[in-house]
Design a protein around this ligand. Structure first.
Ligand code: URA
Length: 234
């Protein structure tokens, strides 16, 4: 029996009750297949079988011009066995120096946000849509997102998370293939190929504008209710 079989029974009912998500939750193996189907045929990431192999691939590969200028690639880090993946936009200056995601001021706030809902950063996997810092922290271009997102799909195929949290508009838009503003994506769960996906404010935005802390806290509490339901069901 798949460890995630309850997803097609009790857990779906619980999640529907808790957060009003009516999507067709699916077993994890099927989710992995769906992630791989999003990757162009013949893409080298399809042959990678671990997160470490993905890290090595990212380090040795230039997919777009910014990859040639980075100090370090930032593939992501955390628990490869986790049920929860947290996805940001792109590394900043500090992340580029360290080769790790969310290690600057926004990262410190992210750690506090996770701790506020009883999650330890060590127990989730944290990554970004882009694995390379765009110069001057500009927004990622559509070409850069298209070139890097297959790496994220393969990471998701290998981790097979049960919940996804996107930080900020770019992460939400990248995964949901949408051009909605953040307001249109936050506040409810999305059905991401059978996995509940939440979008909330990016911690860097919360550092700039404290008025967004309350709605961000509401999003995080909803996310917490969802994973508590998950823990009860599995
Ligand atoms: N902002 C992001 O979106 N990702 C990081 O890793 C750091 C800052």
């Amino acid at each position: 029996m798949l460890a995630t079989d309850p997803l097609i029974g009790e857990l779906r009912d619980l999640i529907t009750q808790e957060i009003g998500l009516h999507g067709p939750l699916i077993p994890q193996m099927l989710f992995a297949e769906k992630m791989r189907a999003l990757i162009p045929k013949g893409h080298p990431v399809l042959g990678l079988t671990s997160l470490d192999e993905i890290g090595d691939y990212v380090a040795r590969t230039q997919l777009v011009p910014i990859d040639a200028d980075r100090q370090n690639p930032v593939p992501g880090d955390g628990d490869p066995q986790t049920r929860i993946v947290v996805i940001g936009e792109a590394p900043g200056a500090r992340e580029d120096q360290m080769g790790r995601p969310f290690v600057g001021r926004a990262g410190q706030l992210l750690n506090k946000m996770l701790a506020a809902i009883d999650l330890d950063r060590q127990n989730v996997f944290v990554t970004n849509i882009l694995k390379t810092r765009p110069p001057g922290n500009r927004d990622p271009s559509p070409e850069e997102i298209a070139a890097h997102i297959p790496i994220l799909y393969q990471q998701l195929a290998l981790i097979r998370p049960l919940l996804i949290l996107c930080l900020g508009r770019h992460a939400g838009r990248g995964l949901l293939q949408s051009d909605l503003p953040l307001k249109g994506m936050r506040g409810s769960a999305h059905d991401f190929y059978g996995v509940p996906l939440f979008v909330t404010y990016h911690p860097a935005a919360l550092l700039r504008n404290t008025r967004w802390k309350r709605p961000a806290w509401e999003d995080l509490q909803m996310f917490q209710r969802c994973y508590q339901a998950l823990n009860r069901a599995t």
